[in-house]
Design a protein around this ligand. Structure first.
Ligand code: GLY
Length: 403
């Protein structure tokens, strides 16, 4: 089939990351086409709870610190990003700064929370240790059996669904060409440079620069040599949307516990998430997954039993081997990655859009972009040329020494 289109920038994937990048890049005046195999904003981003919680989510280790640095930076961008997006789309967005409570229900979990408190203290993060009575004064719905709580007051949240609707509208108003129900089969190359994509129906679209933002599906797009791929795996999350028929008031803060979190929207709706399962591309909800979420939440917030179930959904988070995102240029000229955001796609959308915009239009580059991009370089999973041969030779040499 002949070429039917041309884009300066072709974005593959219409979740929050692809849409945010498309909107920001189009506003720099570039010709942008976005391809989405379903409808935009209907995949993992729609399922996400929308916790903007870098402090509650911080993890031990190097990768955890890298994720924290990115998360804090992006979290600080959210208020201006949401305000601009609301203005560009006329879709109302509510950023809620209610903080997070991390909860322990037994001695083991309390010991773990003490470790978490030390970690956050060593990183200079604002966290307060609360005795059970103090936590219950702040959130009376917590169970009397609570052992310990930490409060992270700077975390906030946003409902991703209006954000996705706003991004779609802002993209359309700005002139992004949105092509839905358009599945990419492979990236096409001209030597070491990308030159376009072939769609599953055979159509070809030429492009100077391609951004792969298709979450775990980025891994399934053919045409890239193995050294130019970023490994991304799906991490299944089952999540419930609940409603209190009595209205708002059960919880004000998001609560996190071993096994999940319960996030209030402020209007009597709650999001209870989310399982973490490595089951490939399976999207079926399971009785076990739902049982565990409800059991754990109910132990800590008994009033959960009176909430009505509005929706059960499943999303596939894109996870790289170190669970930090892959943002930036890959091994082929003209190919950029914006995937691997794992548990933090909503949180990291403004920063990812800013970093990608700076790469696609160098006149828009942020002052600290190089440093931030260094922490999420897509090439970090590819062994340097000759490394495999060197490892083999060294193991042969040591085997020889033993004989
Ligand atoms: N950010 C929470 C989750 O991925 O479940």
């Amino acid at each position: 089939m002949p070429e039917t289109g041309h884009a300066e920038v072709l974005i593959v994937g219409g979740g929050i990351i692809g849409l945010a990048v498309a909107w920001r890049v189009r506003r720099r005046g570039m010709v942008v086409t976005l391809l989405e195999r379903g409808a935009t904003g209907q995949g993992t981003s729609r399922v996400a709870a929308g916790m903007l919680a870098p402090v509650a989510e911080v993890e031990f280790g190097q990768a955890g610190r890298r994720a924290l640095e990115l998360g804090l930076r992006s979290s600080a961008m959210w208020p201006a990003f949401a305000a601009e997006l609301q203005e560009a789309s006329d879709v109302e967005l509510e950023l809620r700064q209610t903080g997070t409570l991390l909860l322990a229900r037994d001695a083991d979990e309390a010991r773990e929370l003490e470790r978490q408190l030390c970690l956050r203290g060593s990183l200079g993060l604002r966290v307060e240790r609360l005795r059970p009575s103090e936590a219950r004064e702040r959130e009376p719905a917590l169970a009397p059996t609570l052992r310990l709580a930490l409060e992270a007051p700077d975390d906030h949240s946003i409902d991703p669904r209006p954000v996705l609707a706003a991004l779609r509208e802002a993209c359309e108003r700005a002139g992004v060409k949105l092509r839905e129900h358009t599945a990419v089969a492979r990236v096409e190359l001209d030597g070491d440079r990308v030159c376009g994509v072939a769609l599953e129906d055979g159509e070809r679209i030429a492009a100077e620069q391609i951004v792969l933002a298709a979450g775990p599906w980025s891994e399934l797009i053919a045409g890239l040599p193995s050294g130019a791929r970023v490994p991304v795996r799906p991490v299944k999350g089952q999540i419930l949307r609940l409603r209190d028929p009595a209205g708002p008031g059960l919880l004000r803060r998001t609560v996190r516990f071993e096994g999940g979190y319960l996030l209030p929207r402020g209007d009597g709706r709650y999001v209870l998430g989310a399982s973490m399962e490595e089951r490939g591309f399976e999207l079926a909800p399971t009785a076990g997954g739902v049982h565990e979420l409800l059991r754990d939440a109910h132990e800590l917030v008994p009033g959960v039993r009176d909430l009505q179930i509005e929706e059960l959904a499943v999303g596939l988070r894109p996870g790289t081997p170190d669970n930090a995102p892959a943002i930036g240029h890959g091994a082929l000229d003209g190919l950029l990655w914006a995937t691997g955001h794992h548990r933090n796609g909503i949180l990291l959308a403004p920063l990812t859009a800013e970093l990608l915009t700076g790469l696609l239009d160098p006149s828009a580059v942020a002052p600290d972009a190089q440093e931030l991009l260094g922490t999420c370089a897509p090439g970090r999973f590819t062994p340097p040329p000759g490394a495999a041969e060197a490892a083999e030779e060294s193991s042969l040499a040591s085997a020889g020494g033993l004989l």
